[in-house]
Design a protein around this ligand. Structure first.
Ligand SMILES: Cc1ncc(COP(=O)(O)O)c(C=O)c1O
Length: 372
């Protein structure tokens, strides 16, 4: 059947603001402003302001952001970094790339890190903790993670790729530890037309180090001050993102409305576990990068939805990081994470979705479970 509710609709998103986007692209190209230009600098300023941090450094993508942030924090060979397996492989591959070892803790029912488990995962080799703020929600009890890290001298680097604009007890994603890392991949809350990412921090010294690392170890002049890489965000992406950032509050509002419709329509179905709804908990302000459910007979549900024109996605193809055999992590067991991946599915979630489409997706799910 032809798709009635697409999982993503990139051309539609472009079309809504086509004139503005093409104007910005034309302006940047006609000025020949490609590398480390004024547009990127302005976006970094706007992003720092938006997130409530002092500094933002634009990089090539969030994988770069995580790699440079961990490296700048001194993580290297022989160190351990505590994180989760319910995340994109990027969170973990950067640890491996630096010669350190990932140590995994399980998740809670909201699909984020169970921070209560971190204490017993700490060893003398532990150097850092990467909470992944997934699906547009910040881990609960961040305050206890922050005080544990302080007490043990550990660095927190947040993987906030999916949570720009989310808050927990009024504090923004990416601002709880030394640094927060964001992705501007096209499907993200704030997505560009390609790859881009950023590191945010309150430390001037750390920001300067990341700035040098992204640009071959250069400071403001041509001197090379340390071994670096080329992980710069293109100036063109900076210009596009600086405009899109002004639209983000409206997009977040719409995502929360859509989540509200899903929650209202689906809350009575006993075969489903839904994410906490937008009105559920006053300490969390969730921004719904994804709407991730757990479903009995998940595979049956997915094929029924596809047959009826509703596209759904399994996160990362349906596997947690430790479940990819080639990565050599098969000895790891995380019972709640593994239970989740037997049941998990993500429903369409983007600001351009119409109410009727959301209601149609919800009705199709209700039809599937009717009479069971
Ligand atoms: C949780 C998480 N971390 C890291 C990344 C990597 O981001 P990027 O594709 O910008 O490198 C992503 C992107 O999908 C992600 O979802």
């Amino acid at each position: 059947m032809e798709s009635k509710v697409k999982y993503f609709d990139y051309p539609l998103q472009f079309k809504v603001y086509e004139k503005e986007y093409t104007g910005i692209i034309w302006d940047v190209l006609s000025r020949g402003a490609y590398i480390l230009g004024e547009d990127l600098r302005k976006f970094e300023e706007s992003l720092a302001r938006f997130t409530g941090s002092k500094y933002a450094v634009g990089v090539g993508n969030c994988t770069d952001a995580l790699l440079l942030a961990l490296h700048a924090a001194g993580v290297g060979r022989g160190d351990e970094v505590i994180t989760v397996s319910h995340t994109f492989v990027a969170t973990v591959e950067v640890i491996k790339f630096l010669g350190a070892e990932p140590v995994f803790v399980d998740i809670t029912d909201d699909h984020n890190m169970n921070v209560e488990l971190v204490k017993s995962a700490i060893t003398p080799k532990t150097k850092a903790i990467i909470p992944a703020q997934l699906n547009g929600r910040i881990c609960s009890n961040m305050e206890s993670l922050v005080s544990l890290a302080k007490e043990r001298g550990l660095t927190i680097i947040e993987d906030s790729a999916q949570s720009l604009g989310a808050t927990y007890k009024g504090k923004g994603a990416g601002t709880f530890g030394l640094a927060g890392c964001f992705s501007f991949y096209p499907a993200k809350l704030l997505g560009t037309f390609g790859d881009a990412g950023a590191v945010i921090t309150d430390s001037e010294e750390f920001a300067e180090k990341v700035r040098m690392l992204r640009n071959h170890g250069r400071g403001s002049g041509t001197d090379i001050n340390l071994w670096g890489l080329n992980c710069r965000m293109d100036n063109l992406h900076g210009a596009i993102l600086n405009y899109k950032l002004t639209l983000l509050p409206g997009w977040i509002k719409r995502r929360r409305e859509i989540a509200g419709i899903y929650n209202a329509e689906l809350s009575g179905i006993k075969e489903l576990r839904l994410p906490p709804g937008p009105a559920d908990n006053s300490v969390h302000y969730d921004v719904f990068q994804n709407y991730e459910i757990e479903a009995e007979d998940r595979n049956g549900l997915v094929s029924y939805l596809n047959k009826n024109g509703v596209e759904v996605l399994l996160p990362w193809g349906g596997k947690a990081v430790h479940q990819f055999e080639a990565l050599g992590l098969s000895h790891i067991h995380l019972s709640r994470t593994e239970e989740l991946f037997k049941k998990v599915a993500m429903l369409p979630m983007y600001p351009e979705l119409k109410d009727e489409q959301v209601q149609y997706a919800a009705k199709t799910i209700k039809d599937f479970y009717k009479g069971r």
